[in-house]
Design a protein around this ligand. Structure first.
Ligand SMILES: [Zn+2]
Length: 466
């Protein structure tokens, strides 16, 4: 299937630019296919619309709105107790596993099958085996659920470092998701950080240094970071080092202890008290605008990390790069609309660069999607029945957009002392590049694995599984 797509692209391009250059481009396209998968964690259509309204106005258009293909991704997860039973709200772990490995699994699992705990081969393993370039860029810890599902196999997502495995197993003694079997001494692969230290990824950039500073399992002094170095990784911790990456080394960039701070900040959403009798005053929170987050200094932007990763991966010719912004999810859990708007803004500036790069690389397939839906929802800023004293029973924020109007954002999945939860809605699938004009507009999340594998011309199993 791959060959005809490239021939079509090559032919189309030759008609546009003439024969001499088209022959080169077509040959490059045939030889060096590339995939960049951009994931906004929890970036459903509500989040995209919130960011669009705030950043460019209700009549405006985001860069992601201009992509060649727009479809819908079906989100699936199953019960751990009975994998034949569907679960309607998924997690980042199960959703990333679907995209990374092409399987439907249970919540909190990292590229392992529900119940059997069997490992599912990932697109990155297939790519590494074929000497295709591999990269991960994230604003989360590199050990967090989304990036982890592309690089590791673990029973439970919280087993990020060797010390977390012991601590979190003790904390959750009755959970069926334990990482006990993932200890190396029990025949497992170890924690997520230890597994990353042993992978053959070309470049991994993000947060999560605290997990790599832990003592590796079975060692008295050696940290996971030292393991990574002894396995060939050049470790960087400063933003400036992104400019001078050694081309011939594997790169592990860990810029913050855990998650990176969001780019924008503002008021959190608040609960409004119930009103017994309307007194003429609308019962809604104060309207506000977002501002730059002062904590977002010396932290590399998503764009900078993506630029460095693409430049580093070019030595391979063909590559699979995953770029994730986590703040869309984290900030919606925390009811911080400016936090998730800033995350979409970071995805936008990164996507603009990626699409510019694609103009001179017609062999590049660009996919933008989310892993699951989230709590944030646009509602009437005064509430439909405000004049009768009604208000949202959830947490509400009122944001002054670029239009100068007020947008109401509501979070209503949890009680005040708890973070908000995900929603089970289908998520957007946007793409541009070779072959997207033939994609069905509705597909399950597991198709991402198959699309990427076919585009990169990778086998469907590792030699050890054959
Ligand atoms: Zn989440």
């Amino acid at each position: 299937m791959r060959l005809p797509l490239y021939i079509i692209v090559g032919l189309a391009f030759s008609l546009l630019v003439g024969c001499s250059r088209s022959a080169d481009v077509s040959a490059t396209a045939m030889e060096f296919p590339k995939v960049i998968l951009i994931i906004g964690d929890g970036m459903d259509d509500q989040q995209i619309t919130i960011a669009r309204n705030y950043l460019v106005g209700s009549s405006g258009q985001l860069t992601m709105d201009t992509m060649q293909f727009r479809g819908v991704m079906q989100v699936q997860a199953v019960s751990e107790a009975n994998p034949a039973e569907p679960v309607y709200v998924t997690s980042s772990a199960a959703a990333a596993t679907a995209m990374a490995s092409g399987i439907v699994t249970s919540s909190r699992r990292i590229s392992t099958f529900a119940q059997t705990d069997k490992d599912a081969v990932t697109i990155m393993e297939l790519a590494n085996n074929a000497a295709t370039g591999t990269g991960i860029v994230t604003t989360a810890s590199v050990t967090d659920a989304t990036p982890a599902s592309f690089m590791a196999h673990v029973n439970a997502r919280w087993c990020q470092g060797p010390e977390n495995m012991a601590r979190d197993n003790e904390r959750n003694p009755r959970m069926s998701y334990q990482c006990t079997n993932d200890y190396k001494t029990r025949g497992g692969r170890g924690s997520i950080a230890e597994q990353i230290a042993e992978t053959k990824m070309d470049i991994v950039l993000g947060g999560g240094r605290m997990y790599f500073d832990q003592i590796a399992e079975g060692e008295s002094e050696t940290t996971v970071l030292q393991l990574a170095r002894s396995n060939g990784y050049e470790v960087i911790t400063r933003r400036s080092e992104l400019q001078t990456l050694p081309r011939d080394k594997q790169i592990l960039g860990l810029f913050v202890p855990d998650l990176m701070p969001p780019m924008l900040r503002g008021n959190g959403a608040t609960m409004t008290p119930a009103v017994e009798q309307f007194d003429g005053n609308l019962n809604v929170p104060e309207a506000f605008s977002c501002e730059d987050n002062p904590e977002f200094v010396d932290v590399p932007r998503l764009l900078e990390m993506a630029e460095a990763a693409i430049s580093h991966l070019e030595r391979r010719g063909s590559f699979m790069l995953v770029i994730e912004n986590e703040s869309t999810d984290e900030q919606s859990h925390l009811r911080q609309p400016c936090g998730h708007i800033g995350a979409v803004a970071q995805i936008e500036e990164t996507l603009r660069f990626v699409l510019e790069y694609a103009e001179s690389h017609p062999e590049l397939l660009v996919i933008v999607t989310a892993d699951h839906g989230h709590a944030a929802q646009i509602i009437s800023e005064t509430n439909v029945f405000a004049r009768q004293g009604n208000s949202s029973p959830g947490h509400m924020a009122r944001l002054i957009t670029v239009d100068g109007s007020i947008m109401g954002i509501n979070y209503g999945t949890s009680r005040p002392n708890f973070p908000e939860g995900h929603s089970g809605v289908q998520v957007p699938l946007l793409a541009s590049g070779p072959g997207v004009e033939k994609w069905p507009i509705f597909m399950p999340q597991t198709e991402i694995f198959h699309i990427a594998r076919q585009h990169l011309g990778l086998k469907d199993s590792l030699p050890s599984d054959q």
